[in-house]
Design a protein around this ligand. Structure first.
Ligand code: IMP
Length: 429
């Protein structure tokens, strides 16, 4: 009996490079499903001169043989989805309803949710979460409160429009007076039109996924954000509102753990975080600036969705070990190893000191995590540019040593290294 599902999860705070890894793994996949989050995510895949920026559609769309699913764990902004479909089509990618399925159970993000997200962040002041202001939290709030709007209603555009109108009127009644009321008529008309355009894409995605699984086809589940942003696994409230780690793949696409063969974690060779919340290895010096890059390249450490500079620091082995445990990782992919070239020495956090006590365990609460001081192991760096390297044996010994050290920290094999933004800048181990 084949076990054809692979789940791809980010093991840090998102932005690990899952998009380019998904693009790579999708070569062997038949169906690629995105299971959580919304257009807060930003995945960049560089193919030659072309840079593809994806927010909702799985990166698998760039492999022409693949069927893509937007799963019911997602929250979908119809306007953004249509824009993304249009942009990809303009870049020569087939985005027809035959290869892009949107779950009827997914929930819809509206301008009302976006307004509420902003209002909530403003009200929090210096305690704000630093959300992407894409309406993610309010859309999931409506879903859990059972007042949300499911994508399936878009198959009846008029009824969908009326539901949107009611919702916008409700939002207007609850917005703080300082926020300007939304124009329910305009939004209703726009969203009715969006529903007409998207209706052919909306379907019950469970049967096609299981037909594929039963016929031995390969399902790749593409995560968004990362384990430390997961609503349950991260440091609440500095998290996103969805299940970004392994469990979200099962509920967000609708299949069971017995189908899963591989759980592939993606880690960047150093740490980054956007938004507020604890990050023990964050660097506020020239090393942090160097890891971030200047922003001149699309792969520098500036948010794909918001353009915000990312907080940067050394790799956090405590985070990696935790993510390996809670996701049951079978393997790890390490991205952006090339960015570490040229450092004299490289630090990796192997434990934390919290209130004078050393621990290798990740704290379960935000306050303790905020007091965690990293305990570093210092490894030798390497001078050579490694972006052209395609074979493990051609890596400088210090780079091999760094990779081996990380594998021994997490007790799982590292199977791929990325050494540049291009599709082929990958070393298979
Ligand atoms: P939200 O998902 O927009 O509600 O934001 C909640 C937190 O998750 C904020 O700290 C965001 O910066 C962070 N976040 C959400 N999506 C991503 C992502 O794709 N990459 C990195 N951080 C993200």
């Amino acid at each position: 009996m084949p076990v054809p599902a692979t789940i791809l999860v980010g093991v840090q705070w998102g932005d690990e490079g899952k998009g380019r890894v998904a693009d790579w793994l999708a070569i062997q996949a038949d169906v690629v499903g995105r299971y959580a989050g919304g257009d807060n995510a930003g995945h960049t895949v560089q193919l030659g001169e072309q840079s593809f920026k994806l927010h909702l559609i799985p990166s698998g769309i760039l492999q022409h043989h693949v069927i893509c699913v937007l799963g019911h764990g997602m929250v979908i902004n119809p306007e953004r989805l249509l824009a993304e479909i249009g942009n990809l089509a303009a870049q020569g990618i087939d985005t027809s309803p035959e290869r892009l399925l949107v779950s009827e159970r997914a929930h819809i993000i509206t301008p009302g949710h976006i307004a509420l997200d902003s209002a909530h962040e403003t009200a929090l002041g210096d305690q704000s979460i630093g959300t992407t202001k894409r309406g993610i939290g309010p859309a999931y709030t409506d879903k859990i409160k059972r007042t949300g709007i499911q994508a399936g209603l878009m198959r009846s555009p008029e009824a969908f429009g009326e539901r949107i109108r009611q919702h916008i009127e409700n939002v207007n009644a609850s917005l703080p007076t300082a926020a300007s009321a939304l124009d329910a008529d305009t939004i209703t008309a726009e969203y009715t039109a969006h529903a007409e355009a998207l209706a052919p894409y909306v379907t019950n995605t469970v049967p096609p996924i299981h037909t594929a699984l039963r016929s031995g086809k390969q399902l790749l589940c593409e995560g968004a954000q990362g384990t430390l942003l997961d609503i349950d696994m991260g440091h609440y409230p500095y998290v996103t509102s969805s299940s970004a780690s392994v469990g979200g793949a099962l509920t967000g696409l609708g299949f069971g753990p017995s189908e899963v063969e591989r759980v592939v974690g993606v880690a960047k060779a150093f740490s980054t975080r956007v938004g507020s919340g604890p990050m023990p290895t964050e660097l506020h010096d020239e090393v942090g600036d160097r890891l971030r890059g200047t922003g001149d390249n699309p792969w520098d450490e500036f948010g794909t969705t918001t353009g915000r500079p990312r907080r940067c620091g050394w790799l956090d082995g405590v985070v990696l070990r935790y993510a390996a445990q809670v996701n049951g990782l079978t393997e790890l992919v390490l991205t952006k190893l090339d960015v570490l070239s040229g450092f004299e020495t490289i630090n990796v956090a192997v434990a934390y000191e919290i209130d004078g006590v050393q621990t290798e365990d990740l704290p379960g609460n935000e306050a303790e995590m905020a007091r965690a001081v990293p305990v570093y192991e210092t490894l030798p760096g390497w001078k050579e540019d490694i972006m052209h390297v395609r074979d493990w044996h051609d890596l400088p010994p210090a780079a091999q040593n760094y990779v081996n050290f990380i594998a021994s920290l997490v007790h799982i094999p590292i199977t791929y290294l990325s050494v540049g933004p291009e599709r082929n800048q990958i070393i298979v181990l």
